[in-house]
Design a protein around this ligand. Structure first.
Ligand code: UDX
Length: 454
């Protein structure tokens, strides 16, 4: 990316939510803004602190988040909603103190704060300090646009969903199907409703909304976002098209994946990963293991410690199954995902469809098998399977036969070939958006000028 130096002396402060799927995009955005000449300070919580040493060009300031050692060791991400509520309660005052000091001491003009739409107190804090705030949304614009209506869907009589209605569209929230709804609205109205309302209201008071997406992936979602939030909108993604997310990894990446892939045939390996937050049961884990084993297709499987509820790692697999799996595949705790997806040996991605994983897969032209866990993943997976038609949806069936069938269909059958061709077209379209003159690249210029004008 071309470097501009006319913004020297101007600093932007960034404040990511402490989740892998939110830290990586914020640091990628930091690199984009730095390449446009802005100095960068990242304020972050103690929990899931990014590695400052991987980003020597940025300043990092840590604040307390009020989480105890016991809470951190128990993996607070196992209940993301309550983690968000807790750190939103705890971090306000340390954040205010930190930002206030920074504003007093900075040699450069601090132009604005950019933070995640999941922070609920930052708009009030920035208003109290007279500092413009911009909001980064790390998921698809279509999903944020649904925030005002998600609590209302509960009262529409859609739930519970009968089998005969399961595939019907949710009219207010296309292309979501009624069977996806419960895993978006969740069981607990009390926590979700106020969270969504405050997010909408504070975003409307902000100085702008930045999406990790581009016009080509959003179509009219961007103008709808503009109508709902009434602030300037910038679709400057996919960030992976500019800078890799790997330097922001919170976990040690098992680099042995790459030489292992070097020994595999072109487009023969199915990569399996469910991101940094999703949990599955012991029986679901075993079904995936048998499904991969029975498919006879080479695989690279990320089993993150904590992925399987009640298990440390892969100890549930029998010795016989481990040996059988070892003949065809490789299991690791965490992979250098973007390098893996870019490898010529990868032919498919069995994914939970987190927005980062979905974008990384599109940027590398890898077709998907969709196994969303909940929240925005339900919508992303519908776009992948029903709108862009670059993947096969498992419809939540974590069953060995279904997994075997989907892997074979994607990797060796003619249907997989058609999906792969469509994915190549989408990949090229998105690659154009991040090139000089493309929609995303132009939007970055507009964003840099907007920040200068604040
Ligand atoms: C969360 C939400 O679940 C997701 O729905 C939302 O869109 C973003 O926040 P997460 O579940 O972690 O994120 O998924 P995802 O958005 O896909 O992000 C995971 C990141 O971890 C990706 O950048 C991926 O490259 C990286 N990763 C994953 C690795 O580097 N190695 C791995 O082994 C697995």
């Amino acid at each position: 990316m071309e470097k501009k130096s006319n913004n020297d002396g101007l600093r932007v402060v960034l404040f990511p939510l402490p989740l892998q799927g939110c830290i990586s995009p914020m640091l990628q955005l930091a690199k984009i803004l730095h390449s446009k000449g802005f100095s960068i300070t990242v304020i972050h919580t103690r929990f899931n602190a990014p590695k400052a040493s991987s980003h020597p060009l940025f300043n990092f300031l840590q604040i307390e988040d009020g989480l105890s050692e016991t809470e951190i060791n128990e993996d607070p991400t196992s209940n993301v909603m309550s983690l968000l509520a807790q750190i939103n309660r705890n971090a306000e005052s340390p954040f205010l103190d930190c930002l206030q000091k920074l504003l007093l001491q900075s040699q450069e003009r601090i132009t604005c704060l950019i933070d995640d739409c999941g922070w609920l107190f930052t708009q009030s804090v920035s208003e109290s300090l007279n500092l413009p705030r911009m909001v980064l949304c790390t998921f698809k614009a279509t999903f944020l646009n649904a925030y005002p209506i998600i609590p209302l869907l509960r009262t529409k009589g859609y739930l519970p969903v009968s089998d005969s209605e399961a595939e019907d569209s949710v009219l207010e929230f296309p292309p979501l199907q009624k069977r996806d709804l419960l895993r978006v609205v969740g069981e607990d109205e009390e926590e979700l409703g106020p969270f969504l309302r405050v997010t909408v209201e504070t975003t409307m008071r902000s100085s702008g909304l930045i999406f990790m997406s581009c016009e080509e992936l959003e179509k009219d979602s961007l103008s709808i976002a503009n109508e709902i939030f009434k602030v300037p909108i910038f679709a400057v993604g996919p960030f992976h098209g500019y800078f890799s997310a790997s330097s922001s990894s919170l976990f040690a990446q098992d680099e042995t994946c790459v030489p292992w892939l070097d020994n595999q045939e072109d487009k023969s390996v199915i990569y399996v990963s469910l991101g940094s937050v999703v949990n599955i049961s012991e029986s679901e884990f075993l079904e995936i293991a048998y499904g991969l084993n029975n498919s006879k297709q080479p695989f690279l499987w990320v089993v993150r410690p904590g992925l399987v509820r009640g298990a440390e790692w892969i100890e549930l697999l029998t010795e016989e199954l481990v040996n059988s799996l070892g003949e065809k595949g490789k299991i690791v705790k965490w992979a250098p995902q973007q390098d893996v997806l870019a490898h010529r040996a990868i032919g498919g991605f069995l994914t939970h469809n987190g927005w980062n994983s979905t974008l990384e897969s599109i940027c590398e032209g890898v077709p998907m098998i969709c196994l969303p866990g909940g929240w925005d993943q339900m919508l992303n997976s519908r776009f992948v399977s029903d709108i862009w038609k670059v993947g096969i949806h498992l419809e939540g069936r974590i069953d060995r036969n279904e997994i075997e069938k989907a892997v074979k269909m994607l990797m060796v059958e003619s249907e997989g070939e058609t999906i792969r061709e469509r994915m190549n077209v989408l990949k090229d379209e998105i690659a154009r958006s991040v090139k000089h003159g493309g929609s995303s690249s132009r939007s970055i210029e507009t964003l840099a000028n907007h920040i200068l004008s604040l």
